[in-house]
Design a protein around this ligand. Structure first.
Ligand code: ADP
Ligand code: F6P
Length: 324
C-alpha cells in the first residue's frame, strides 16, 4: 500500500531557470488543495543539509509567477553526492515530517532525488533547466524564456554587425548541450552554429565560409557559439586576422538565465508542478515529470536517466542550409 503523505517539501537545485517560481507556486497550491502541508527547502540540497526549511502556505507563493530566478534559492552541493550526505538529507526530511519531496532541476538533481527515495523519502523530479538537455522530456522549464532572451539579444547584435559590415561571434549558454545555439541559429538566421555535439574544430572552414559569403555580398556574418566550444574573443581575433574583416565577440552569459518567464514557461511549469504534487500525494516515488508528444507523463528516475537525447540531424542540416 502507498505511504500516506501528510507533508511534502519542495526545493530547486542546480542552475536556476525562469519558470521555477511558477512550478513552486503550483506544487504548493495543488498540494494544499489536496489536503497536504508544504515545506520549502532553501538553496537546494545544501539548504536541506543546513536545515533551511520553512513552512509554506498559499500566500507564500503570491506574486511570484511572473518572477525569474527561484524564490527558494538554489545551489550546487558536493556533499550531497556522498552516501553520508544523502543519508543525512533523508534523516533531516524525517525529522521535519517531510514524507515526500519535489525536486526541480536537471539530471544531477534527479540523481540526488533518486538517492533520497532509496532512503525512504518519496521523491518526484521536475525538469528545470534552460539547457533542454534532459533526455526523457521534450520540454524543460526555462528553455523557452532563455532562448527568447538570447534571440532578442542576437537580433540587436545583428543590427550593429550589419551596419558595420562585421562578423560577430555570439556565445550562448549550454556547456554540454547545443539546443539554445541550434534554436537561435535557426531563429536568428546565423551563418555558422558551433554546437558541442557537432563542432569539429575546423576553424578554417568557418573562415572560408565568411570569405565566400562576403564575396557574394553578405554584409554580416553571425556565428553562434555554444559556451565552451571555443574561446569567443580569441576566435574573433584569429578570424579577423585571417579574413581582414572586423570581427567582434559578444558573450551573452547569465542574462539568459534571468528575467520574467514567457507564457509557455509559466503555463507548463504550472501544469507540471500541479502534476508533481498530485502524483506525490498519491504515494508515487522515484518518478520524474516529463512532456512527451504534447502530453505530461512521468517516468521512473532510473529509466529517465538511462535515456539518450541528441541534436536532431535534420534540424541541424536545415539550420546549415537556410544560412546559405
Ligand atoms: P543539474 O541538476 O542542473 O543537472 P548539477 O549537475 O549541478 O545540476 O546537480 C545539482 C546538484 O544535484 C548537485 O550540486 C548535487 O548536490 C546534486 N547531485 C548531482 N549529481 C548527483 C549524484 N550523482 N548523486 C547525488 N546528488 C547529485
Ligand atoms: O545548466 C544551466 C547552465 O546555465 C548552463 O547553460 C551553463 O553551462 C551552466 O549552467 C553554468 O553554470 P554556473 O551557474 O555554475 O556558472
Amino acid at each position: 500500500m502507498a505511504k500516506e503523505i501528510k507533508t511534502i517539501g519542495i526545493l530547486t537545485s542546480g542552475g536556476d531557470a525562469p519558470g521555477m517560481n511558477a512550478a513552486i507556486r503550483a506544487v504548493v497550491r495543488k498540494a494544499i488543495a489536496n489536503g497536504v502541508k508544504v515545506k520549502g527547502i532553501k538553496k537546494g540540497y545544501q539548504g536541506l543539509l543546513n536545515e533551511e526549511i520553512i513552512d509554506m502556505d498559499a500566500h507564500s507563493v503570491s506574486d511570484v509567477i511572473q518572477r525569474g530566478g527561484t524564490i527558494l534559492g538554489t545551489a550546487r552541493c558536493s556533499e550531497f553526492r556522498t552516501e553520508e550526505g544523502q543519508k543525512k538529507g533523508a534523516q533531516i526530511c524525517k525529522k521535519h515530517g517531510i514524507d515526500g519531496l519535489v525536486v526541480v532541476g536537471g539530471d544531477g538533481s534527479y540523481r540526488g532525488a533518486q538517492a533520497l527515495s532509496q532512503h525512504g523519502i518519496n521523491t518526484i523530479g521536475l525538469p528545470g533547466t534552460i539547457d533542454l538537455d534532459i533526455a526523457c522530456t521534450d520540454y524543460t522549464i526555462g528553455f523557452d524564456t532563455a532562448v527568447n532572451t538570447a534571440m532578442q539579444a542576437i537580433d540587436k547584435v545583428r543590427d550593429t554587425s550589419s551596419s558595420h559590415e562585421r562578423c560577430s561571434i555570439i556565445e550562448v549558454m549550454g556547456r554540454n548541450a547545443g539546443y539554445i545555439a541550434l534554436w537561435c541559429g535557426i531563429a536568428n538566421g546565423a551563418e555558422d552554429i558551433l554546437l558541442p555535439e557537432k563542432y569539429d574544430f575546423n576553424e578554417q572552414q568557418i573562415i572560408n565560409n565568411i570569405i565566400k559569403n562576403r564575396k557574394r555580398g553578405k554584409t554580416h556574418h553571425l556565428i553562434i557559439n555554444a559556451e565552451d566550444i571555443g574561446h569567443s574573443t580569441s576566435m574573433a581575433r584569429r578570424i579577423e586576422a585571417a579574413t581582414g574583416i572586423e570581427t567582434r565577440a559578444t558573450i551573452l552569459g547569465y542574462m539568459q538565465r534571468g528575467g520574467s518567464p514567457t507564457c509557455k514557461d509559466r503555463y507548463w511549469a504550472s501544469i507540471m508542478g500541479a502534476y508533481a504534487a498530485d502524483i506525490l500525494c498519491e504515494g508515487k516515488t522515484n518518478r520524474v515529470v516529463a512532456m512527451k508528444n504534447g502530453s505530461i507523463v512521468d517516468f521512473d528516475i532510473e529509466e529517465a536517466l538511462a535515456m539518450q537525447k541528441s541534436i536532431d540531424e535534420y534540424q541541424y542540416q536545415v539550420a546549415r542550409i537556410l544560412s546559405m
